[in-house]
Design a protein around this ligand. Structure first.
Ligand code: ZN
Ligand code: CA
Length: 372
């Protein structure tokens, strides 16, 4: 049986340990200690660099007695801001929130707590299984940095990332790829009052380019955004430089490529027509994934959800997660809904009941994999 008190206590303790992206040292140490007590050997890689305070990803293994597929459970240790000094509150309505000053950090410590309680349950009840690998990653929120650098890369047959919003039972089987676009629009500086004729206004050029772009939701599968613009030094100087940063995401690779090329082309053409130029760069941040309903990892998640009384629902996501990296690197991986709500805001919350349901689902996935 899942021990709700133990699960809850773990979750409360973990969210109380600050771990904003890039500063996961304390929670990493706490988790390695917990895994050790549970009976797993946890190792830490060098994904965070080699400085003394740098934190790596945690990898841990539990060997099974059955010959079936090995499952991988993956959750991230870092949180967004404001994520320091979190004071969790258990409310009368069965939810857990922060005190309103910070995020809660259920994203993704709910996933971590569920994995720990799943391991304890499997061991306490001697549930036969075919092997579990656990990965707790760093810096997911700043671009899946930890997952990209997992070393050694875990070996597993089926991956389950615990990092989706929505009620437990929802299974993300499709997620977009993402491009990052950066551009420096060059103009020519001149005195704004004395000889503006000699200048080329980089702000004006950048503004014209952005006004010509289609941004926001492009189609049901594709989105685009310009999220950063900086430039200009003083009101009496025709500005010579503007820096832009944006992104394009799509569930379809071809659409992402096409829209990225379109936006870059608009910046290039607008600058040329203004008699100047722009340095434009686009990079693929991560690939997308799409798993069919007959894919074994999807079937395993669906079967396990039904077995523990949840309603399985296959969904798609507009965002990337560590599942994108695991899929790209050859481990078929779904992203499971954790129950967290209003993530990345100070009204983030999770129901205690959902935390318990998620843990049950992980236990059932492990048990079902052993019979797969
Ligand atoms: Zn997350
Ligand atoms: Ca997040």
């Amino acid at each position: 049986m899942i021990k709700t008190e133990r699960l809850l206590q773990d979750f409360i303790e973990l969210v109380g340990i600050d771990s904003v992206s890039g500063q996961e040292r304390a929670v990493c140490d706490a988790l390695k200690a917990r895994l050790g007590v549970i009976g797993l050997t946890a190792s830490e890689d060098n994904a965070g660099g080699t400085m003394p305070e740098a934190t790596g990803n945690i990898l841990a293994h539990l060997e099974g007695s059955l010959p079936g597929p090995r499952v991988l459970f993956c959750a991230h240790m870092d949180t967004v801001e404001p994520g320091r000094g979190i004071r969790p509150v258990i409310n009368d309505d069965g939810t857990i929130t922060s005190d309103g000053e910070t995020i809660l950090g259920a994203d993704d410590k709910a996933g971590i707590a569920a994995v720990l309680e799943c391991l304890r349950t499997i061991i306490d009840e001697r549930i036969p299984h075919s092997g579990i690998t656990v990965a707790f990653t760093i810096r997911e929120e700043t671009g899946l940095v930890g997952a990209k650098s997992l070393d050694p890369f875990p070996r597993a047959n089926y991956g389950f990332v615990l990092d989706a919003t929505g009620p437990p039972g929802e299974i993300v089987v499709r997620a977009p790829s993402q491009d990052k676009i950066t551009a420096t629009v060059h103009g020519r500086a001149a005195h704004a009052g004395v000889n503006p004729e000699a200048g080329i206004n980089a702000i004006y050029v950048a503004a014209r380019a952005i006004a010509a772009m289609s941004l926001g939701r492009i189609d049901p599968e594709t989105t685009a955004n310009i999220g950063i613009i900086t430039g200009g030094k003083a009101v009496n100087i025709v500005p010579d430089t503007v820096y832009l940063e944006g992104e394009v995401r799509s569930l379809k690779k071809a659409k992402r490529e096409e829209h990225t090329a379109l936006l870059c082309g608009i910046i290039e053409k607008t600058a040329r027509e203004a008699g100047t130029r722009a340095d434009i760069c686009s990079t693929l941040l991560y690939d997308g994934y799409e798993l069919g309903e007959n894919n074994p990892v999807v079937q395993l998640a669906v079967t396990a959800a039904r077995r523990c009384g949840l309603t399985p629902l296959l969904t798609q996501s507009g965002g990337g997660s560590d599942a994108n990296i695991l899929n790209t690197r050859g481990i078929p991986t779904v992203n499971l809904a954790v129950g967290m709500e209003n993530v990345h805001t100070t009204s983030e919350r999770i129901k205690v009941a959902d935390l318990v349901s998620l843990t049950r689902l992980l236990v059932e996935i492990t048990r079902s994999a052993g019979r797969f």
